[in-house]
Design a protein around this ligand. Structure first.
Ligand SMILES: Cc1cc2nc3c(=O)[nH]c(=O)nc-3n(C[C@H](O)[C@H](O)[C@H](O)COP(=O)(O)OP(=O)(O)OC[C@H]3O[C@@H](n4cnc5c(N)ncnc54)[C@H](O)[C@@H]3O)c2cc1C
Length: 315
């Protein structure tokens, strides 16, 4: 259902200062593109979030949680309904049951992955270095099963706390969750109702105690490698395509197809890493989608391999 005047009034009265209407998503995505969301709410507290989700569900209004917006490509037409930005709440990180003998870290969904890494490094907890340099949040990272170097968040998570559309809270064990390459599938019973997207509130991660110098040394190497091979200065959403099955990565295939540096409008295949599309200034989502189409077609025509988007196209 579109946001009618009554809904806008309720949002304005309930979230004064934390709600904006026709909010450009280009201000909330790492790609710096995307048309307006009907409404964007930035809940300050967990209770505000619960109330919002319950109200939206009761009124048939769609909502979409986002964290750092670093794995989404929002179409130029924008997003209907409410975008819930989780960078202002669900920010706690703590060690759980320190007496248990092995470190379990509980982190809110709004915690930035680099902050989680920094916490682990500070306490000498091993197991998070693979997410170093990934600019997302715990919630977004789990939803897309973010990872690098053959490891992903699904490998280290123990339990996930979820906010359901009716405002109830569920805790799922790792065994209830189906993680795959850059995805987390919810158990079917959780999404039986149309539009009933659970929101990740927090997660427990199981790590190992280790010597701080060793983990720090490993962290430095990982960051050095990332900086050497990936473009960091221009806006992007990280790898644009998933690596296909086989021995050649998406980046290698795009490079071999001669597309490094290829440009449509201000969207460009990064000359540094062919699986990154970067925004050279004024790119639109349309430019990026057109470039993605061109890449898909070129790679398919040459190698008969279908590339699948890693970035989530929304709106
Ligand atoms: C320079 C750069 C490098 C990157 N490198 C990597 C990399 O090495 N590996 C990698 O995997 N990714 C990488 N990425 C992509 C991205 O940073 C990760 O996928 C990140 O984990 C996404 O988190 P986010 O908070 O930005 O999610 P968002 O982009 O905000 O959201 C992604 C999806 O998760 C959903 N979501 C967000 N929060 C929640 C929540 N609390 N509950 C339920 N659903 C939610 C959204 O609705 C959306 O569908 C990179 C991106 C950039 C810009």
């Amino acid at each position: 259902m579109p946001l009618n005047r009554k809904a806008r009034t309720w949002l304005t009265e309930s979230y004064a200062g934390d709600v904006t209407f026709e909010e450009p998503m280009s201000d909330h995505t790492s790609f710096k593109v995307g048309g307006p969301a009907d409404a964007l709410v930035r809940p300050k507290k967990r209770d505000d979030l619960v109330r919002l989700v319950r109200w939206a569900s009761e009124h048939g209004i769609t909502y979409m949680p986002i964290g750092a917006g670093s794995n989404i490509l929002v179409r130029d037409s924008g997003i209907r309904g409410i975008v819930i930005l989780l960078d202002g709440c669900l920010q706690t990180i703590a060690e759980k049951n320190p007496a248990s003998g092995y470190p379990v870290v509980v982190a809110g969904a709004g915690v930035k992955l680099p902050a989680l890494c920094a916490y682990a490094l500070k306490h000498g907890f091993k197991g998070f270095n693979f997410i170093l340099g990934i600019p997302g949040t715990v919630g977004g990272g789990l939803r897309v099963n973010a990872g690098a170097g053959g490891r992903s968040l699904g490998d280290v998570v123990e339990t996930v706390g979820l906010l359901m559309p009716d405002g109830s809270i569920r805790t799922l064990q790792k065994t209830d969750l189906h993680f795959s390459y850059r995805n987390l599938d919810w158990p079917p019973e959780l999404t039986a109702e149309p539009g009933s997207t659970p929101i990740i509130l927090e997660a427990d991660f199981c790590l190992k105690q280790a010597g701080k110098p060793g983990i720090r040394q490993e962290a430095r190497q990982i960051l050095k490698l990332r900086n050497a091979h990936q473009p960091w200065t221009a806006p992007s959403a990280g790898c644009i395509f998933k690596n296909p099955v086989g021995d050649r990565s998406a980046g290698q295939l795009i490079d071999m197809a001669g597309l490094k540096g290829k440009r449509i409008g201000d969207a460009q295949v990064s000359p540094k890493h062919a699986n990154f599309i970067v925004n050279r200034g004024q790119a639109t989502a349309g430019d990026i989608l057109a470039l993605m189409d061109l890449i898909r077609t070129s790679v398919y025509e040459r190698y008969r391999i279908k590339l699948e988007a890693e970035v989530r196209i929304v709106g």
